[in-house]
Write a protein that binds this ligand. Sequence first.
Ligand SMILES: Cc1cc2nc3c(=O)[nH]c(=O)nc-3n(C[C@H](O)[C@H](O)[C@H](O)COP(=O)(O)OP(=O)(O)OC[C@H]3O[C@@H](n4cnc5c(N)ncnc54)[C@H](O)[C@@H]3O)c2cc1C
Length: 405
Amino acid sequence: MAMITEEAFRAEARAFLDAHAERRVEEKFEWGKGSDRVGLLDEKTPAQEAAEVATAKQWKGSEFDAGFGWITGPEEFGGRALSATHERAYRSVASQYAIPNQTIFAIGLGMVAPTILAHAIPSVKARYLRPLYRGDIVGCQLFSEPVAGSDLAGIQTSAVRDGDEWVLNGQKVWTSGAHYSDIGEIITRTSPDKPKHKGLTMFLVDMKAPGVEVRPLRQMTGGASFNEVFFDDVRVPDSHRLGDVDEGWTAALTTLMNERAAIGGGGAGFSNAGFTRFKELAIHLGLDEDPIVRQRLAEIYIQLAVTRYTGLRSMARIRAGQLPGPEMSIGKLALTQNMQRISQTLGEMLGPALVADTGQWGTYAWAEYVLGIPGARVAGGTDEIMRNIVGERVLGLAKEPRGSD
Ligand SMILES: Cc1cc2nc3c(=O)[nH]c(=O)nc-3n(C[C@H](O)[C@H](O)[C@H](O)COP(=O)(O)OP(=O)(O)OC[C@H]3O[C@@H](n4cnc5c(N)ncnc54)[C@H](O)[C@@H]3O)c2cc1C
């Protein structure tokens, strides 16, 4: 396909969006008006979730068919082979429109698809990449196990070769979105006798295959976004291996770097609208003249700005052709530290109203945000693990003592 200028591409994007979506109307914040929900996790009933998944897929399909589903992807697998500048141009134009929530695709497109592109054989790329980017199928990440999270290389789910297939047995946990996913990227142990990082192999598994059982886990805010996933003699064709046998750690690193880039790289911050709500709370409570609260608000504002600029700087490096690196851990850590700062100030401002519902708009609602923070501090690598990475790989400090590798 011939290269299209950025200006012509923007016009094409606007024509598509005008025909398929409404313009986003920025509503001015008014205390007491509209929903006061401020949550970090999805808290939906299964029926609400099913409707949201259907709407998200429908949008993704029309976006893909119009040529905006995988702007930078290779043409042979359904991409448009345009530059990152075109991708940014589309995101910037699309941000002006009210588009259905697309978070169900975050893991499949942010982590699984880049790993398929980097490590799968051509026929598997051809089979899955297009449907993933078209929203026909959804992908999940099957890494963590009850005994292995931070120490990912300690996983025990086994894969044993049987002719042209592998037979998988074991259990994964905390699998976000497994209940609406069609495929999963799973890390397994193939050589128990080798050092633990060396005996792992990555596969793409069909989530509807016989022997796969998905059981929802309920989070403390009420919803059930995560699952336990059990594998009982699940058969996976050898063609669905991502990378070489016993070289799964390399494929896992591709996924993890993309995960940290997705979480810490700028997207998942505390938005301007969120900060406005937070500031308005101080005004509503008559605390905006309080010197300590003012100082805290200013400090949080500065930290949020620094985090945003650090994220933009990392993203610029990626756009310049470099892989997401350990500096992504700074972004992830800064994000959760800011959440904690906000949470602590909320506690000081609201007191008991944060934990007991007085019925007052915009007060107890913050409890849902505060209860989501421990999960954010753990997801995609815990605060402590991020500190270890920053210490060892960014600052070049001595390595912490580790057990057997
Ligand atoms: C919201 C959310 C979504 C998730 N989604 C997925 C998903 O889709 N797929 C998936 O595979 N997993 C998912 N996870 C799991 C997540 O990756 C793990 O929870 C995480 O890696 C931590 O592992 P763990 O829970 O086993 O805790 P552990 O590793 O057991 O850690 C327990 C505590 O010990 C600390 N610790 C551990 N090792 C060290 C060390 N070396 N130095 C200092 N401190 C240490 C940790 O920081 C933590 O405080 C999700 C988790 C959350 C909360």
